[in-house]
Design a protein around this ligand. Structure first.
Ligand SMILES: C[S@@+](CC[C@H](N)C(=O)[O-])C[C@H]1O[C@@H](n2cnc3c(N)ncnc32)[C@H](O)[C@@H]1O
Length: 207
């Protein structure tokens, strides 16, 4: 059956993969995703195509043309496809194609769980593909924790906030490589973020 599945695979570990995602991946003819996404499905027999992080549109276009040829295709998204994920760009390109979105556990959700935050009471901000902006400063104006996906660089976020007169002693948590064996959670201050190195794969929470 020709169909495009946009499948959330969670934050990385297979512990956070849903049965639904696994069932769909096992059923499709073509699987397209980042290297770390494909690694979760090493036993799956369908054709596998790795997305080029520098040219995701090419991979999306390929997925769409395979579906138009009559194939079933799963495009893998880390976390949830609808939070700072591939859902929007894929829908922008897919026209009248039959699409099904399968939710996944977002890095934001796992971060909230680890830090015991009710995320309906948090500000959620993504800087991915956008960089730091006044949107972040506006979010900090209320008393809620602000959960941020940085644009690959936590220090850049800290520098921006310090340059904009946010208290250097403001409490911050960095949740790095969530669900992986080397997962790390650091509670620190905004100023001290400048003294540590963090992976690009992290969620920053400003309290
Ligand atoms: C393009 S966004 C995709 C977000 C994804 N759709 C989600 O719901 O988590 C990629 C960013 O998500 C965050 N991220 C993804 N996986 C993560 C993990 N395992 N641990 C911490 N942050 C993660 C990082 O900030 C990473 O740079």
């Amino acid at each position: 059956m020709s169909k495009l599945f946009v499948v959330g695979i969670g934050p990385g570990s297979e512990d956070y993969l849903t049965f639904k995602a696994k069932k769909i991946v096992d059923s499709v003819e073509v699987l397209i995703g980042s290297r770390r996404a494909l690694e979760l499905f090493s036993e799956t027999t369908g054709e596998k195509i790795e997305l080029d992080p520098k040219n995701m549109e090419k991979g999306f276009g390929h997925a769409i043309s395979e579906v138009r040829k009559g194939k079933s295709v799963a495009l893998l998204s880390t976390g949830d496809p609808g939070f700072s994920g591939i859902l929007k760009p894929v829908l922008d390109l897919s026209g009248n194609l039959d699409v099904e979105v399968v939710p996944g556990i977002s890095s934001i959700q796992l971060c909230a769980a680890k830090l015991e935050i009710s995320w309906d009471e948090a500000n959620l901000v993504t800087l991915h593909g956008k960089g730091v902006s006044s949107q972040l400063l506006e979010a900090l104006e209320n008393d809620k924790p602000t959960m941020v996906l940085p644009n690959f660089n936590v220090k850049e976020v800290a520098e921006f906030l310090l340059d904009n007169s946010i208290d250097p002693q403001r409490e911050v948590a960095i949740c790095e490589r969530l669900s992986y064996p080397d997962e790390r959670m650091v509670k620190t201050t905004l100023l001290d973020v400048l003294n540590e190195n963090f992976s690009y794969m992290c969620v920053m929470v400003i309290f």
